[in-house]
Write a protein of this length. Structure first.
Length: 503
């Protein structure tokens, strides 16, 4: 019992979770989101609400809100919301005619522009009717302090089913009853007690060091090398670009679909990883887009912050954030898709060897000991530095179809939030053989976001074509030919205008 008493409050936000609260401003909303498109007639609002309520016992955080420690003497904790009302969190909307993807993207941008109410549980779900082609949509939002990309995918699998007609989920033995709210004095006392017990955890680490000096010493050296690599990377300032301006509170959102088999074929033909190919097509799209603005030369390189999940397999399904980051160069000045992918592959291999991700994870763990006021100032300082030009996050999702109330989800497009000085974020999620690219942009800084989406389609087609040229395909063997990436309900790029040739 004495051992468990030293364990910190599991309902308290981690240092990383708390930093997302400090980063949030009127113009920078720190929620992650997604646009999900499903086939069939939409369910009735009451039917959807009842379905969500039947699953909430599997995700108790969704009934909890934040409680702040008086005098900023500890990070916030999750407490049961005694006034929880699911109807506040599940919204209902319909698209104007003609109800196409353009109208849905416009609504998604508006929904994603609205900050979440911190006095309530930090999530929303929008049921959207009126989508053409016998489809409907769900827009989901959850604060980054609640979920990261990977845990967000796991929560989606709780609300969705893997069969069209699943086995019913056993209801909880009793109805949910909120725990009493802690008083301010109790919150303060708990935080101060945890601060006193934290050294016990450090002493436990010292005992482990004495028991296994060689093994732990090796880990320490590896961690220090990673911290050093991260520090060297952090001293570099990202180059100026039209993507790095003061942003406003409004958002534009759009998406592009890719075929996962195409990206695997690229990897097989040209080397690297699927993630390298993803970075290469995003870099190609940004090069095309910025070249039209006259601000790209052959040596132009942007800097992307690429989150990396460090969530252990045993932690899958748990909420909260278990991510670290690497700074990845994007050679947007290289017009040849093959040369661009090769440059990115070399850079990413070097970053992995440098241990940047290990260093970032070590610093994230150490930040758990920092006083909350220092964490708040550090998060604000980071938001005002131009350490990177944009965020590109690639999250692996389920590769089997998911169903909601018997309706199959046909596509999902994620959204990553924008920092104060970043006007564009690109999130990618793989699902059922597709790659969904979600482009989130400041409304005023990127009024021509659809043009950037077209550039991304061109960059995908260009790299696919380059990979095909290196693969020997037997005549008539169409099964090995990757299909062109298209969007649901949208004509292929070649039907609108030919893609520009690789140079």
């Amino acid at each position: 019992m004495a051992e468990s008493a030293a364990v910190t409050n599991p309902d308290r936000l981690t240092a990383l979770d708390s930093s997302f609260l400090h980063l949030e401003r009127d113009a920078a909303h720190m929620h992650v989101a997604g646009t999900m498109i499903l086939e069939g007639e939409p369910p009735a609002y009451d039917e959807l609400t009842a379905h969500v309520l039947s699953r909430l016992h599997l995700v108790p955080r969704y009934r909890q809100r934040l409680a702040h420690v008086p005098l900023h003497q500890g990070r916030p904790v999750w407490v049961d919301d005694p006034h929880f009302n699911v109807a506040f969190h599940i919204r209902h909307a319909a698209l104007p005619a003609p109800g196409g993807d353009e109208e849905l993207a416009r609504l998604a941008g508006r929904v994603f522009s609205q900050v979440l109410d911190r006095s309530r549980p930090l999530w929303e779900l929008w049921l959207v009717e009126g989508l053409s082609g016998n489809r409907f949509a769900l827009l989901s939002k959850a604060h980054h302090a609640l979920v990261d990309g990977v845990s967000g995918v796991d929560i989606a699998t709780v609300l969705f089913d893997r069969e069209r007609t699943p086995e019913p989920i056993e209801p909880p033995e009793s109805e949910w009853v909120p725990r009493p709210l802690p008083s301010g004095a109790q919150l303060l006392a708990d935080a101060l007690i945890e601060r006193l017990t934290a050294p016990a955890e450090m002493a436990r680490g010292v005992r482990a060091l004495l028991r296994g000096p060689r093994r732990v010493a090796g880990r320490v050296v590896h961690s220090l090398e990673g911290v050093s690599a991260l520090a060297r990377a952090g001293l570099q300032v990202a180059p100026p670009s039209p993507l790095n301006v003061r942003i406003g509170p409004h958002r534009r959102f759009t998406w592009v679909s890719g075929d996962l088999d195409e990206f695997r074929a690229i990897k097989s033909a040209l080397g690297g990883t699927v993630n390298d190919a993803v970075l290469a097509v995003v870099a190609g799209a940004l090069g095309r887009y910025l070249r039209r603005r006259g601000c790209v030369d052959r040596e132009a390189v942007l800097r992307a912050m690429v989150p990396v999940s460090v969530r252990a397999e045993v932690e899958r399904g748990a909420l909260g954030n278990r991510v670290t980051a690497m700074w990845a160069p994007l050679p947007i000045g290289i017009e040849s898709p093959v040369a661009r992918l090769a440059a990115i592959r070399r850079s990413m291999e070097g970053l992995k060897r440098s241990g940047q991700a290990v260093g970032a994870q070590v610093l994230t763990q150490l930040s758990g000991f920092a006083p909350p006021t220092i964490l708040a100032q550090a998060a604000r300082l980071q938001a005002h530095q131009r350490l990177f030009n944009l965020v590109i996050t690639n999250v692996p999702g389920p590769q089997t179809p998911l169903y909601l109330l018997g309706r199959r989800m046909v596509a999902v497009y994620p959204m990553v939030p924008l920092a104060v000085n970043q006007a564009l974020g690109v999130a990618i999620l793989s699902y059922a053989g597709q790659l969904g690219f979600g482009l989130n942009a400041d409304y005023d800084a990127l009024p021509d976001l659809p043009a950037l989406a077209d550039d991304l389609r061109d960059a995908i087609s260009e790299l696919v074509a380059a990979a095909r040229e290196t693969i020997e395909v037997e005549p008539g063997d169409a099964s090995r030919r990757p299909a062109r990436a298209t969007d649901p309900g949208r004509p292929a790029r070649s039907a609108r205008r030919p893609a520009r040739a690789a140079t």
